[in-house]
Design a protein around this ligand. Sequence first.
Ligand code: ATP
Length: 768
Amino acid sequence: MAAEDVPPPLEGKKRRVGVMTSGGDAPGMNGAVRAVVRMAIAKGCEAYGIYEGYEGLVQGGDMIKEMQWDDVRGFLSEGGTLIGTARCMAFMERAGRLKAAKNMVVRGMDALVICGGDGSLTGADKFRAEWSGLLEELVQTKELTPEQTAPFKHLNIVGLVGSIDNDMSSTDATIGCYSSLARICQSIDYIDATAFSHQRAFVIEVMGRHCGWLALMAGVSCGADFIFIPEKPPSEDWQNEMCKKVAKQRNMGKRKTIVIVAEGAHDQELHKITPDQVKDVLSKKLGLDTRITTLGHVQRGGNPCAYDRMLSTLQGAEAVNAVLEATPDTPSPVICIIENKIVRKPLLDAVALTKSVAEAIKAKDFAKAMQLRDAEFGEYHSVYRISTAAELPALMLPPEKRMRIGLIHVGAPAGGMNAATRAAIAYCFARGHTPIALHNGFPGLIRHHSDEPLGAVRNIEWLDCEGWASKGGSEIGTNRGLPSEDLETVAFVFKKYNIQGLFLIGGFEAFTAVSELRKGREHYSAFKIPMTCLPATVSNNVPGTEYSIGSDTCLNALIDFCDACRQSASSSRRRVFVIETQGGASGYVATIAGLSIGALAVYTPEEGINIKMLDKDIDHLRETFAKDRGQSRAGKIILRNEKASKTYTTEIIASMIREEAKGRFEARVGVPGHFQQGTTPSPMDRVRAARFGVRSIQHLEQFFGKSKDEIAMDPMSASVIGIRGAKVQFSAMEQTEKYETDWKDRRPKNEFWLGFKGIVDTLSGRPK
Ligand code: ATP
C-alpha cells in the first residue's frame, strides 16, 4: 500500500489493542485471547486478533481482524489456539519486521499482547527495541508519512508466556504447562497399571528440549524411579547410578519401574541420552522387561485444565491493564505468576534470564542452570530425589537426633493427602526418623486399642506408601472428629507411643485440631511437641494459606462437569444451568470455577443473593439470548455456592429463570456434590502436596532438642503451612486463629480472591 492510501491516524478514536498467539500452541492460549479481547472492549478499546502469529502481522490484510465480544465466546474451554500460530521466518528478518510495523500503523494499533514462548517474546522485544528505527525507515522510503507515524511513537508490547514446557524464567508457570503435565500424568497413571501387572519397566519420553520441568514434575507426581533432565544431568556413569536406584526399589518388592526422559536429556558431557539407551541398560543390566512410550504431541493437545483457564484469564486481563497504564518510560512487561501472585516483570530481563539457562547448560555449568530456574525447581528436584528412597547419606541424621513423627488426616478427603503423606514419610526415612501413621483421624486414636493387631497407631514401611503419589482419598483413613472429643485419651496415646512431632493434613477441622491441641498444652504435656497443619480441602477455606491441596482437583472436576452440561445444551434448545458448588461458607471454588469456565454469574456466601441481583441477571440472560445469532446454543452457566443464600436455593433460582424466560430459554439445575472431590488428584495437587509434605517435616525438625516448655513457648511450634502471595511460609497458629480466622463462617477473614469476582463479571458482561 502506498503512503497516500493509508488512512489518517486515529485521533480521538478508540485505542486499538492487538492480540496474537505465537510459537508452539499451548492449552490456555484461547483463554488469554478471550480475556484480552473482552477486557480491552470493557475498558473502551477496540480489540484486533492477529491470525497465525507473526505471519499475520507481517502479511496484514485479512490476517488482522477486529474481534467483537461474541467472537471469543466458547474460547475458554478449547485447546490449542483458535486464532492460529505459525513459525514465521520473515519476522526473524528486519524486512519482515518493517512490514509488521507498517501494518500496525495502518491499522492504528500501538499495543500488542503476545502469548508465546521465549522465542516469540524475544522477537517481540526486538520489535519494540527497533520500533522507532522501523518507523523512520518507513518514512524515509515513503511507505508512510511523518504525520501517519507521529501518533505511534511508542509501541506497547506486553508478553504472556504461553508454552507447555514451562521454560521461561521469571514465572513459576507458563500458560499451558499444567495442562500438558496433566496429560502426561494421566498417561503415566495408565502405564503404571500395566507395568505393575507385568512387573515391567517403562521408559517414557516427554517434551522439553531445554527445560526439564515437565519431566521433573511428572517424576514427582507419579513417583518415578529415575528422571533425566537437561539442567541436572546424571553422572557419566548414569547407567550404574540408575540401575542402583532401580534395583534398590525392586529388592524392596516394587513390581514396576518408571523412568522419565526429557526430550533434551544428556549426560554431563552433553552426550544425548535417548530412551533406547535407557531401555537397553534396564533390559541388559537388570534383566527387566522394558518398553518405551513416547508421548509426543498428545502432550500439547486437549482441553486446558482449570489452572490454565484461570491463569490465562487473570493474565490476559492484567495484560490489558498493563497496556493502559504504560508510559513511554515503562519497560515492556511480561505477565508472570510467582506462587499465587500475578506480577509484571521486565520482558527484557525475563528473556535474558531464560537464555542464560540454555547458555549455562551449553557451558556445562549445571549448578548455575539449576540456580537460574525459579526457586521452586530446585526444591522439586530435592523432593524427587528424596521420594525415590535414594540413599542420601548427606541427609541422614545421627541416631540421637532422630524423631518419632505422627502423621494424621483430619476432615473430608482431598486430592493430594496421600501424596503429602508419602513425601513426608520418604523424607522421614531419608533422615532416619520414624514415621507413625495415626489411622482414621482423632476418633481412630480415641477408640484405639493397642492389643488389636490393626490398632490406629502403626509404623509404616516404604513399600506401604510407595504407590500413594497418585492415589485419591485417604489411605490412612480420615475423620471429621476433633481431639476435643477426648483430649485425655489423645494425650495418653501420644505419650504411650512417644510422638515427638505431629503432621496433620486436612481442612478446617485439621486447623481446628491444631488449635485445640495447642490450647490443650496447658493440661497435657504430651501436646508440647511441634505440630504443623497442611491445609487439604476442596473448599480452600483454611486460614494461613491461599491454596489448600485438593482444591485444584476439585476445580478440574467441576469444570469437567460444567463443560459437559454446557455441551449437552449445544444440540438442544437454549439452556441455562444453575450449578451448585461446594465450598462451605467460602465462595472460592465457585469464583475460580467461574473464572475458568466463563460463568455468567457467580453467587457466593460472602456477597449473598438478593432479588435485585437475580432480576438484573435474568434481564442480562434475556438480552444475551435475544441478540444471540446462534452461538449461544451451547448452555450458559450460573454457579451458586451451596451456602450463598438460605432463601434462594439452586432450585428456586432455576425456577425463577424458567418462569421469567417465558419459553425463550430454559433453566436446569446441576448438583455435582461429591463428584467435586475428584478421583485421581491433579498433578498440581500432587506436586505441591509432596513439596509441602517435605517442608512440614523439616519445620518440625527445627524443634529437636528443645525442652517441652521451650516448645510450648515458641509460637511457631503450632503452625500452618501455606502459600501467601508470592511466598510459601509457616504461620503461627496462635496469631492465625486469633487475627485471621472467621470461626463462625469457617473461613479466613481476608480472602485473597475476592477481587477476582469483578473479573468474572466484567468478562461475562454482567451488568454492574
Ligand atoms: P515454544 O516455546 O513453543 O518453542 P516459542 O515462542 O519459543 O514457543 P519459536 O519458534 O522460538 O517459538 O518462536 C516463534 C516465532 O517468534 C518465530 O517463528 C519467529 O517468528 C519469532 N521469533 C523467534 N525468535 C525471534 C528472534 N530472535 N527475532 C525475531 N523473531 C523471533
